[in-house]
Design a protein around this ligand. Structure first.
Ligand code: NAD
Length: 262
C-alpha cells in the first residue's frame, strides 16, 4: 500500500474548518491536495497556504451539482495525474426544532450532505475503479448520525444518511480495494464556519449559555473534558486512510472526546 506522500487527495468544503485542517494534514504528509469548495477564492487561498500549485490547487465545486463535481475530480486527475483519496466534508447546519424546520431547510441539508457526498463518491469511485490501485473515501459525518440531540432533525437525518453510505459503499467498493470509512466529530467550535454562522448562537440558546462559552460547554460534557479542534478530526482522517489500517473498512471513528452512553 502507498503512503500519503505518494497520494492525491480531494477534500470537499476544504476552504474552512475541519476540511481545511484535513487538507493541511494530508499536504503536510506529502500528499497532493485538491481543495474543493463553494468558495473558490478561499479554496485558492488555502491551496496557496499549503504550498502552491505543485502540491495543492483550489477548485470551485458545489457538491450538489454533478457536473461541477465531475469537473473537480477531472481537475485533480489533470493536475496531479490521478486520485487516491476523497474526503466528503462539505456541509452546513441549520439548527431548528421540528416545527420551525422548513422543507427548504430539509432539502438544503440533504442536498449538500446526503446527495452531495453520493455524487462525490460516485464520481471518485469511477476514477478509482478505472485506475485499479484501490483508494480511500472518507465521510465526515457526525456524532449526530448516531445520537439524538435537540433541534436538529434535518441535519442529523442527513448525517445518518452519510453514515449509511459509508457502510453501503464499503461493501460495494471493497472488491476494488477501495476502503470507505467515516469520522464522527462533535463540538468543534473553534475554527468552524458552521458554528460562526448561526449554529453556534442557536446551540447556545438551546443550552441556555452565552455563545462564547460554547467550546468550554462542549468540552465539559465530554468524558475526557477536552475541547475537540479541527486538527483532531484531521488526525483521524490521516490514520484511517494510512496503510496501517489497510484492513479496516466501513468503520466510523468518533472524535468527540467521549460521549457517555449509560
Ligand atoms: P465549516 O463551515 O467551517 O466548513 C464547511 C465548508 O463546506 C465551508 O467551507 C463551505 O463553504 C463548504 N460548503 C458548504 N456547502 C457546500 C457545497 N454545496 N459544496 C461545496 N462546499 C460547500 O464547517 P465545519 O465545522 O468545518 O464542518 C465540516 C464538516 O464537518 C461538515 O460536514 C459538518 O457537518 C461536519 N461536522 C462538524 C462538526 C463540528 O462540531 N464543527 C461536528 C460534526 C460534524
Amino acid at each position: 500500500p502507498r503512503t500519503h506522500a505518494t497520494r492525491v487527495a480531494l477534500v470537499t468544503g476544504a476552504a474552512s474548518g475541519i476540511g481545511k485542517a484535513v487538507a493541511t494534514r494530508l499536504a503536510a504528509e506529502g500528499a497532493c491536495v485538491v481543495v474543493a469548495d463553494l468558495d473558490l477564492e478561499k479554496a485558492r487561498a488555502v491551496a496557496a497556504e499549503l504550498g502552491g500549485t505543485d502540491v495543492a490547487i483550489g477548485v470551485s465545486a458545489n457538491v450538489t451539482d454533478a457536473a461541477q463535481v465531475k469537473a473537480a475530480i477531472d481537475e485533480a486527475v489533470l493536475a496531479f495525474g490521478g486520485l487516491d483519496l476523497v474526503v466528503n466534508n462539505a456541509g452546513l447546519s441549520l439548527s431548528k426544532p421540528l416545527l420551525e424546520t422548513t422543507e427548504a431547510d430539509w432539502d438544503l441539508q440533504h442536498d449538500v450532505m446526503a446527495k452531495g457526498s453520493f455524487l462525490v463518491s460516485k464520481a471518485a469511485a469511477r476514477v478509482l475503479i478505472e485506475q485499479g490501485l484501490g483508494g480511500d473515501i472518507v465521510y465526515i459525518s457526525s456524532k449526530n448520525s448516531v445520537f439524538a440531540g435537540p433541534n436538529n432533525i434535518a441535519y442529523s437525518a442527513a448525517k445518518a444518511d452519510q453514515a449509511h453510505q459509508v457502510r453501503l459503499l464499503a461493501v460495494e467498493l471493497g472488491e476494488y480495494g477501495v476502503r470507505v470509512n467515516g469520522v464522527n466529530p462533535d463540538g468543534v467550535v473553534r475554527g468552524s464556519g458552521i458554528f460562526a454562522s448561526g449554529w453556534g448562537a442557536n446551540r447556545a440558546k438551546t443550552y441556555g449559555i452565552p455563545e462564547e462559552d460554547l467550546g468550554r460547554f462542549y468540552a465539559q460534557r465530554t468524558i475526557l473534558k477536552r475541547e475537540v479542534l479541527p486538527e483532531h478530526v484531521a488526525n483521524a482522517v490521516f490514520v484511517l486512510t494510512g496503510p496501517e489500517l489497510g484492513h479496516t473498512t466501513g468503520l466510523h471513528i468518533p472524535v468527540d472526546a467521549g460521549v457517555a452512553t449509560a
